[in-house]
Design a protein around this ligand. Structure first.
Ligand code: NDP
Length: 350
């Protein structure tokens, strides 16, 4: 068994008794960063792929971060996690993506002060082009890819463009943190546990144009299901305060903590991948997926929709009524994604 390139003596008795599945290889990029610091434990403890599924973690970061990454590898060893079959820290994308079944693409170029959107896109296009090419070459063809690094939707699109041998459906972007935030806000407003609220939707881009939509959400009150808008009975709140609180929640956490919301981002990434692998039942979850034009959205951008998942395949929830208010919001965030796509494609030509 390999651990950071060294042979380890591991007692296999437990493995034999439980007849565990063979380990799957899972890559996390930006593995020395803040989000990965929370995410790696969640993956290695069984919270994502289930309590019977061992994982072999591939950790990718840039060369200057290899020292920090070594510390992360030491801590993973010190967690003594029964499901962790091995760890491979590396700065080489082809090594990192080799034979992986799941990819968490967390590392991305951070937005620096004064940076234009095009500069940010340009830096990220280079990263996600290289990673798409490496995935195309060495990953399993059924690999499930979740992009967390911002601008996540467009990074996912670029990654897919450079990995033509992997189906487009396998590339997704994270809007689950926005969904979790929205669900939590509604539960607090209604005074119910967060688990009793479902089917809130995040539409569009993971940016300030995203549209958190409670119009189809359902709350369980005293064992009976009720529409959230009816239970809240305050349309103005749902159209204004609710939307802006969710949109600005990341900034509010930074203002309070002086650091970004890495813990909740990691939890959301775990939720996204777990639901993709293990299914959602009839619960809706929001995922950035390549748009097929559903709900009059622009095709071929990575747009967040409500989806359900079964047998590892997501399906956009169809047939929802879109109000005039929602229509405007869906169009606005779609327009931004089309512009981001165009900017990113312009960079690809250079
Ligand atoms: P974080 O781990 O905090 O964030 C990583 C990415 O996730 C950023 O793009 C960030 O976007 C995004 N993100 C999405 N949702 C959230 C959220 N709710 N809160 C915070 N971030 C969110 O960044 P660190 O700087 O700690 O770590 C990044 C790591 O990535 C570093 O170790 C760096 O070396 C590595 N990296 C790796 C690359 C590679 O593998 N090729 C390339 C570039 C960097 P935002 O910037 O908008 O907050």
């Amino acid at each position: 068994m390999l651990w950071a390139g060294k042979k380890l003596n591991v007692d296999t008795t437990v493995v034999v008794k439980r007849e565990m599945a063979a380990p799957i290889k899972v890559v996390v990029t930006g593995a020395a960063g803040q989000i990965a610091y929370s995410l790696l434990y969640q993956i290695a403890s069984g919270a994502v792929f289930g309590p019977e599924q061992p994982v072999y973690l591939h950790l990718l970061d840039i060369a200057p971060m290899m020292g920090v990454l070594e510390g992360v590898v030491m801590e993973l060893a010190d967690c003594a996690l029964p499901l962790l079959a091995g760890v491979l820290p590396t700065a080489n994308p082809e090594e990192a993506f080799k034979d992986v079944s799941a990819a968490f693409l967390v590392g991305a170029m951070p937005r620096r002060e004064g940076m234009e959107r095009k500069d940010l896109l340009s830096a990220n296009v280079r990263i996600f082009k290289e990673q798409g090419q490496a995935l195309d070459k060495v990953a399993r063809k059924d690999v499930k890819i979740l992009v967390v690094g911002n601008p996540a939707n467009t990074n996912a699109l670029i990654c897919s463009k450079y990995a033509p041998s992997i189906p487009k459906e396998n590339f997704t972007a994270m809007t689950r943190l926005d969904q979790n935030r929205a669900q939590s806000q509604l539960a607090a407003k209604l005074g119910v546990p967060v688990k009793d609220v479902k089917n809130v939707v995040i539409w569009g881009n993971h940016s300030s144009t995203q549209f958190p939509d409670a119009s189809n959400a359902i709350v369980n009150i005293g064992g009976a299901e009720k529409s959230v808008p009816k239970a809240i009975n305050d349309d103005e709140f749902l159209k204004t305060t609710f939307v802006s609180t969710v949109q600005k929640r990341g900034a509010a956490v930074i203002a309070a903590r002086k650091m970004s919301s890495a813990l909740s981002a990691a939890k959301a990434a775990s939720d996204h991948m777990r639901d993709w692998f293990l299914g959602t039942g009839d619960r809706w979850v929001s995922m950035g997926v390549v748009s097929d034009g559903s709900y009059g959205t622009p095709r071929d951008v990575v747009y967040s929709f409500p989806v359900t998942v079964s047998n590892g395949k997501w399906k956009i929830v169809q047939g929802l009524t879109i109000s005039d208010f929602a229509r405007e919001k869906l169009d606005l965030t779609g327009k931004e994604l089309v512009e981001e796509k165009q900017d990113a494609l312009d960079v690809c030509k250079d």
